[in-house]
Design a protein around this ligand. Structure first.
Ligand code: XIL
Length: 344
């Protein structure tokens, strides 16, 4: 059996693809992707700094290959991401004197970028993360240049531009730490505002970068229910379960670096059995929750295939050894894969 067959009546099951996977130079991963997944998203190559490194100069080679891979394998293809403060080219907000552009200029640049990208993949990319990570945990708007120059209106504008370019495409708002109550409140308000203005939005993307402790299944369920009470679906967009302790809140002046590293990176020699069990149970608990609410969930996407390729080895601290994904460093399915297959 495979994940995609087992979940075909529940929701799409997806993965993010890296460049070697897109280029076919990581054949072992590609075999896993074709066998196991019904949906794909590009981990990096559709971000604005790669698609439009200089104003008006687009680079579509990698994203074209990515979309071809998805079509060839009959996958539900997701575009990530149109408007995001990060991995964005430097020119986006500045004029030729290096000063911030005026609102009208920024709107034009957003429109040009979104129109070019969405139009190129019209009818082929089925859903877009239109805006990524615009809201903070406390519910305030991130003080990005988009927000500073255009205010809250940059979000409806982005959705409108995307819809104009491909009226059939599903459009999503995507964010992390999505279970925080302040964030739920503001994102829900954004969904309601878009809907009341007749602007298309199909779903909220819940990134789901979770660890062994946070969030609880109860608070995650509450978030799913709150988002979907606004008549949208949720997508689980970037799921992985980190086994490492979160370094957030740790002092920047670490007196004893060695001790700190050992504490933050305890599993360099492999995972103890009890951690493996805890980790499996986390995956099972989340998937049980997703199945319980399958009528509300369009897609569950993992952020990568095998452990060695996971961004979690470098984030938020560089050089960690993490084990967050269902496939191991030897491209073998961990026991969790079979257990997830058997859940449906
Ligand atoms: C990450 C990629 O996995 C890394 O390779 C890259 O260096 C940084 O971005 N939220 C998102 C994703 O929406 O695009 C991020 O992906 C992870 C956090």
């Amino acid at each position: 059996g495979s994940l995609k067959d087992s979940y075909k009546n529940n929701f799409y099951i997806g993965t993010a693809m890296s460049l070697p996977q897109i280029h076919g130079t990581d054949a072992k991963s590609d075999d896993i992707i074709k066998k196991q997944f019904s949906s794909i998203v590009a981990e990096n190559c559709m971000k604005s700094m790669f698609l439009q490194p200089q104003e008006g100069q687009f680079f579509f080679d990698d994203s074209d290959k990515f979309v071809e891979f998805g079509e060839k394998n009959k996958m539900f293809i997701i575009g990530h991401t149109l408007i995001w403060h990060s991995q964005l080219p430097k020119w986006f907000f500045t004029d030729k004197d290096g000063k911030d552009v005026l609102a009208e200029v920024l709107k034009e640049r957003m429109k040009n970028h979104i129109s070019a990208v969405v139009t190129r993949y019209k009818g082929r990319v089925k859903g877009w993360d239109v805006v990524n990570e615009a809201i903070m945990e406390d519910g305030s708007y991130r003080k990005s240049k988009f927000y500073e120059i255009l205010g809250e209106e940059f979000i409806p504008l982005a959705f409108q531009y995307a819809h104009d370019a491909d009226p059939e495409a599903e459009l999503y708002y995507n964010d992390y730490n999505e279970w925080h109550t302040g964030k739920i409140k503001t994102v829900s308000k954004i969904v309601q505002t878009l809907k009341s203005r007749g602007i298309r939005i199909d779903g909220v993307g819940m990134q789901a970068h979770v660890d062994l402790k946070s969030p609880s299944i109860e608070e995650y369920e509450k978030a799913i229910l709150e988002y979907t009470s606004n008549d949208v679906k949720v997508n689980i967009t970037e799921l992985e379960v980190s086994v490492l302790p979160s370094p957030w809140g740790t002092s920047a002046n670490i007196a004893d670096r060695v001790e700190y590293d050992a504490k933050m990176n305890p599993y360099t020699k492999g995972l103890p059995e009890y951690v493996k069990t805890e980790w499996e149970n986390r995956y099972l608990d989340f998937f049980k929750l997703f199945l319980k609410h399958q009528d509300k969930i369009r897609r569950v996407t993992l952020w990568g295939v095998t452990d060695n390729q996971s961004w979690k080895n470098d984030f938020p601290v560089k050089g960690r050894t993490d084990y967050p994904l269902p496939f191991d460093r030897n491209y073998q399915a961990k026991p969790i894969v079979k257990k997830l297959i058997q859940l449906t």
